[in-house]
Write a protein that binds this ligand. Structure first.
Ligand code: IVH
Length: 722
């Protein structure tokens, strides 16, 4: 990038960031997710780092957040409310520790152990509460860090904030490790001097849900998230509204201020200067806040080194869902408060603390190109090729775009700056185009006129947005079809992944799925990477699948719009009573099905019914089916599928973690056998969660919403009973 290009980009980034920041911090409206905004700020920061003379005083990188709302009186903070540096990965944390070691080089502090205090990073609104002679005198927001809004009256509606500080008794202070005289001095200070408590006002997830339910009923605007809920509630001139929002408050900092004359005498007596820290560690300060009547986080923990910090962050991340409030990471602080003064502040944040955030699940990047992939039904799906970017700790270079409609809806062009989002392990999707960042070099995206793989004719599917390659022998289509045929939910031919299928196809050993059943050892001999044992294993697996479960077979055929559940419903519909049937019989039953009959099936609409009918009349498909029949394929009917009186019929199951005795596919088969259904995610509709080792977030969710949880043994018992 040239300097003049950088200058243009910087100007555009600045105004875009400022716009979203204003909406968010001043108007309490989130028009871009915090993670995406962070990503833009990061890009700006990097550009400014490369060309420092392009930094201007109005750049968002140069200011501390916020702007006080004019409707409230202002309060000047005695000490600025600074912010925190962010880390997103273990390596960011290691780099932080390294920077601190470097900073302390040549000082005796380097020899001391770096012990940390890990705290939850609450996602709410920072508050500063001032107590004089034990009485709450003011409460303020952070504002711009130097001046905040006076929201004392609103703060007083928060029940977890004490209006006065009853000094704890001496023995309690000693229990938290304070020496008798230091404890006496602190107590005197609480009683007669000033104490400032900083912490986070939050809205619990339950309150948030209840309020939104209520607002929905009464047609009021809904709260976007808990953080916005807090900000909006506290910046209300009408304190009744604040009270209704049932906010909560957790303390995370305690500043012992000016000493009273009597406290001053006491301090002198024990040989301490007036402003010397009476508290030794952050852990002690946290406990003292607890003794003074504040809520503190029981999850906070002393971490003996950085390794322990990393473990703490991971543990918190896995339990995050089950917490009653939202958090966006942990805050890691030097536990020894002496380090705080030694390390000090750099720029806008302290060296002695770090926000170790959970990986952002959104990021911004640029779209370099769009490629079209050919699916198993020939449909062309656009995929965005991106400038590589890290999202949620994973580097991604592609995003799905679904179809041309999606491209039009987003008004997406090549070279656009976009916001992408990654949920779980799935490939990210484009959430939004930042059109204000366009520079004129953007290009329209068009559907290719011929198939990018076989150069066959491409046409729009009638009545749909999709475009399709019409060549039935298209290599890409074949590859996808066969890969689908052997995939987990279909035949589940273990050991035959897409790579092997691609090899067989490119070597001309197979042309379609039926050919797999005609493979012989001599065909595979000599293929690079195929030793005798591997060949035997593959052929045995294929042979074992000459007798197939009917529902799996229907799904494996890859009929458009027929997923695993519809395949199961179709299999059930025929009510075969035999133990197994021939492919010829299945063809004849399908061909006799009328469109009306099909449409009467649950979840089958006109388009699906048409697609099913088309499939069983298509000559090309009938030849393939005949080839399978001739290879000796038979279809197994699982008798219990028809058992109408199974107690588990229609019950919804979800699986998580690895089960000790069953593979996931085996567990799914057993559930289907008793007429149950398998879903991918836990919801209020879920009847049972089957949990194995190392379960995912489904486990936490199930616990939270009260879904019945079974381990494998209980699950097998349940199946037996039914
Ligand atoms: S210490 C120098 N501890 O995070 C700022 N902050 O991203 C001292 N926050 O404005 C903050 N939980 O509102 C600290 N346990 C915690 C926190 C915490 C949430 C917020 C705080 C701050 C923001 C910085």
């Amino acid at each position: 990038m040239t300097k003049s290009e950088a200058k243009n980009r910087i100007a555009k980034l600045k105004s875009e960031i400022n716009r979203h920041r204003y909406n968010y911090h001043v108007l309490d409206q989130e028009t871009l997710s915090p993670a995406a905004l962070d990503a833009l700020k990061n890009e700006l920061f990097k550009l400014e780092n490369t060309w420092p003379d392009l930094i201007t005083p109005d750049s968002p990188t140069q200011r501390v957040a916020g702007k006080a709302l004019s409707k409230f009186k202002k309060i000047k903070h005695e000490r600025p409310m600074i912010s925190l540096f962010d880390a997103f990965s273990e390596s960011d944390m290691l780099a932080w520790e390294e920077r601190n070691r470097n900073y302390l080089k040549n000082s005796s502090w380097l020899g001391r152990p770096f012990i940390y205090y890990g705290e939850l990073k609450l996602d709410g609104l920072a508050l500063s509460l001032k107590y004089e002679a034990g009485i709450l005198v003011s409460g303020a927001t952070r504002g711009n860090g130097l001046v905040g809004e006076d929201i004392t009256n609103n703060i007083k509606t928060i029940n977890s904030i004490p209006l006065n500080l009853p000094p704890p008794d001496l023995s309690a202070c000693q229990k938290i490790g304070l020496e008798a005289k230091a404890a006496t001095a602190i107590l005197d200070l609480v009683k007669n001097g000033t104490v400032e408590i900083r912490g986070e006002a939050i809205m619990t997830k339950t309150v948030f849900a209840e309020l939104n339910k209520k607002y929905q009923k009464s047609g009021q605007a809904l709260l976007a998230n808990t953080r916005n809920g807090v900000a909006g509630s506290l910046r209300q001139l009408d304190t009744k509204i604040t009270a209704e929002r049932k906010l909560d408050f957790y303390a995370y900092d305690l500043i012992l201020g000016t000493a009273s004359p009597s406290a001053r005498n006491l301090l002198a007596e024990i040989g301490l200067a007036e402003n010397v820290a009476l508290l030794k560690t952050r852990a002690q300060a946290d406990k003292l806040a607890g003794l003074l009547g504040f809520k503190t986080l029981k999850q906070n923990r002393v971490c003996v080194d950085l390794e322990a910090v990393i473990k703490f962050q991971k543990e918190v991340d896995t339990r995050r869902e089950s917490l009653p409030f939202g958090i966006d990471g942990v805050v890691v602080k030097f536990n020894d408060l002496n380090f705080w003064s030694v390390l000090g502040i750099v720029g806008k944040a302290p060296r002695y603390m770090m926000a170790y955030k959970f990986s952002a699940e959104q990021a911004t990047t640029k779209i370099q190109d769009v490629v079209w992939q050919v699916g198993r039904t020939g449909v062309l799906t656009p995929t965005a090729i991106l400038e590589a970017v890290s999202v949620g700790g994973v580097t991604v270079g592609r995003a799905t775009l679904h179809n041309l409609d999606e491209i039009r809806r987003l008004d997406l062009k090549i070279n656009d700056t976009i916001v992408i989002e990654r949920a779980g392990d799935v490939i990210p999707r484009v959430v939004k185009v930042l059109k204000n960042l366009r520079a004129g070099s953007e290009k329209n995206i068009s559907v290719p006129s011929v198939c990018p793989r076989c150069e066959g004719r491409v046409e729009q599917v009638s009545g749909e947005v999709a475009y399709r390659c019409l060549n039935k022998n298209c290599y890409a289509v074949k590859l996808r079809q066969i890969s689908h045929f052997v995939s987990k939910g279909a035949l589940d031919l273990e050991g035959l992944g897409p790579k092997i299928i691609e090899k067989f196809l490119s070597e001309g050993l197979i042309k379609d799925a039926a050919d797999l059943f005609y493979l012989k050892a001599e065909d595979l001999n000599g293929l690079p990477g195929f030793a005798e044992k591997k060949i035997t294993n593959i052929l045995t697996t294929i042979d074992e699948h000459r007798s197939l479960d009917l529902a799996r077979f229907i799904y494996a055929l890859g009929i458009r719009h027929v997923g695993e559940t519809s395949a199961q419903k179709l299999a059930d519909y025929f009510q075969f009573t035999e133990a197994s049937i021939s492919i010829a019989k299945l063809i004849s039953r399908f061909q006799k099905l009328s469109k009306d009959e099909l449409e009467n099936l649950e979840d089958v609409g006109g388009i699906v019914a048409q697609s099913i009918q088309d499939f069983w009349r298509d000559q090309h498909n009938l030849i393939l089916l005949e080839k399978m029949r001739a290879a000796g394929l038979r279809l197994k009917i699982t008798p219990a599928i028809n058992s109408k009186n199974s107690a588990l019929k229609g019950k919804k199951f979800v699986l998580t973690g690895s089960l000790p005795g069953l593979t996931r596919e085996e567990a799914k088969d057993r559930i289907k056998t008793v007429g149950g259904q398998v879903a991918e995610s836990v919801s209020r509709e879920t009847d049972f969660l089957i949990v194995g080792a190392e379960p995912g977030s489904k486990y936490e969710k199930a616990k939270k919403i009260g879904v019945k949880i079974l381990v494998e043994a209980e699950f097998l018992k349940l199946l037996k009973q039914s």
